[in-house]
Design a protein around this ligand. Sequence first.
Ligand SMILES: [Zn+2]
Length: 292
Amino acid sequence: MTDQATTDIDAIVSSLPADWQVPARQYLAAYAAAATTEQRDSIRQDVVNATIAEGRSRGWCTEADRALTAAFGAPDTSCADCGVEVWFNSDGYDCRGHRQTVRDADGFDLDGRNVGGYDRDGFDRYGFNAEGFNRDGFDRNDRDREGFNLRGHNRDGYDRDGYDRSGYSREGYDREGYDRSGFNQEHTDRDGRSEFRFNLNGRDAEGFDREGRDRHGCDRDGFDSNGYDSDGYNRDGYDRHGHGRDGLDLAGLQRYRFDIDGYDSDGYGSSGYDRDGNRRADHEARGTKPRR
Ligand SMILES: [Zn+2]
């Protein structure tokens, strides 16, 4: 800000729109005549505020900035949208309505962001830091610094311990050290049997193949690939229809409780419906019983 700029009031005023020249001349005369620095600063702020307001409402912002600079010297403020040497009113807005970016001593604006757009913790408005990681340590592709995703797998599909989704290492061993065929690096299975115990037909001395199945497809416990033994019962003791060896299902109902027409003593068929197509729940709701 310089004082000598005010000496050419005529030149400044003549650069302004005609109907603003009179008040502008009065402002500048008052500024020039101010006795103290405080008065001068106060008048200057009034001039700036009034000129910006007039320029904004009449659409001569470029002229307003130019006149203020001519009167008071170039400002050290700039606008992110308009460029350098843009004047701001005491509310912090320029003639075109842009907010002045005020930064604190650490370089952060009113929104708490620095020139690069990062907040005090170093994260941008999308939540990522300069290295591209968010507060949880994941990048835009949900990978952490080591390349592991939210579920803990890297791009090759292995977790931090080196196991893939099915639990096998790159070398093909699970966490207990056994491969997909159930053998460890010493070529021994979980029961201590050697991997090299099979004859040319692929069966061991007990008649089991590499998958542990006998000639009938049953495992060492006698269950087939569907989980049923030779009598048709699974490990829980139920057959394919859900009946145990005693003929009762989980609800305690007899497997052989149906008459020649397919209905039990209560009048319900195996599908749960009676002769008339009603379910047990229908009857219970109505307080009725199936027709016999
Ligand atoms: Zn602007």
